[in-house]
Design a protein. Structure first.
Length: 326
């Protein structure tokens, strides 16, 4: 009698197990089919627009190639040796690092202070100010460069006319025409345009700090400055590190502002690596496409070192974030 009762129950349980296993196998087969299907568009685009250009650049850098004729003049590492011995390349390299340094030193503190103000409860018209700061980011770099070309024109530009008309200057100053001011002017224009992006980064970091910490600190008698030093800065330090490194890496790729504002001048005062690559590949005949590819790879190695350092510091920042519980 017991066997008669248990056998149907055992058979039913076994049937359910086989049915569930069949559904799992079927579902697994479907997942194995759909995963590559959904990944295929990304892999095609990544291979066509990232992987292949990188491999092709490495190939072209080994040839003395003008971008038109067949690849038949192999020079090996000759293009790299030429770059290392070219003083203009090192000038462009120095200007690029100087631009990145000045850009970050000016941009990051200003955007942080603006974010602190725009996250205060007592400030009115927050949306208006956020919109005003973000609007320049919508402009294309070329359009922004053209606007400032007219504004900074020493003969009839609005800025010089205003300063001379108000008596602050005796005569117009060509900010883009002097070696000592041209690069700094491009830095300020770049900061003006990118200001809204880093403002958003800082605001996101500040808004991630729990409000109850500030309330507890206020009850204990801590003022705004003490709260900033003891609460805000330690808690946003992991995110601040990532923002700083992002700003540094992005600043190394300056190009549009140089093309539209100075064209690398006056002389070579605003020559940067990106503009140097563009000039060698497309502007100076005969075109040195192979040499420009070698310089681009050298510059890519520099950017990779910064990104690699960013990854190491980001992992450290993530550990700090978990430690602080934010």
């Amino acid at each position: 009698m017991t066997e008669g009762i248990s056998s149907p129950l055992a058979a039913g349980a076994a049937g359910r197990r086989w049915s569930a296993r069949g559904r799992d196998l079927l579902g697994g087969d479907q997942r194995r089919f759909w995963i590559p299907v959904f990944l295929a568009p990304f892999l095609v685009l990544y291979g066509g627009f990232t992987l292949w250009p990188l491999l092709a650049t490495g190939l072209y850098s080994l040839f003395d190639w003008d971008g038109i004729e067949p690849l038949n003049r192999l020079v090996g590492l000759g293009n790299y040796a030429r770059a290392f011995s070219d003083p203009i390349f090192w000038l462009a390299f120095r200007n690029t690092l100087l631009f990145a340094f000045l850009n970050c030193v000016i941009k990051l503190p200003l955007t942080f202070l603006a974010a602190v103000l725009l996250t205060q409860r007592w400030l009115w018209f927050k949306r208006f100010f956020r919109t005003v700061f973000f609007l320049p980011l919508i402009l294309p770099v070329a359009a922004a460069g053209l606007v400032f070309t007219f504004l900074l024109n020493p003969s009839n530009g609005a800025l010089d006319s205003l300063l001379v008309g108000s008596g602050l200057l005796k005569e117009p100053i060509d900010l883009l025409g002097h070696d000592n001011t041209a690069l700094l002017t491009i830095v300020l224009v770049s900061v003006w345009q990118i200001f809204g992006q880093y403002l958003i980064y800082w605001m996101a970091a500040l808004q991630s700090v729990p409000e109850d910490l500030y309330e507890a600190a206020a009850i204990d008698g801590a003022g705004p400055w003490r709260q900033m030093v003891a609460i805000t800065l330690p808690l946003i330090r992991p995110v601040a590190l990532i923002i700083t490194l992002l700003a540094l890496v992005n600043s190394l790729h300056v190009f549009g502002a140089v093309v539209t504002l100075t064209g690398g001048g006056p002389g070579q005062a605003t020559y940067v690596v990106s503009y140097y690559i563009y000039n060698e590949a497309f502007r100076q005949a005969p075109f040195a496409y192979g040499y420009a590819s070698a310089v681009a790879l050298l510059f890519g190695v520099l950017a990779f070192l910064f990104v690699f350092g960013q990854g190491l510091l980001a992992r450290s920042a993530e550990r700090l974030r978990r430690e602080y519980g934010v």
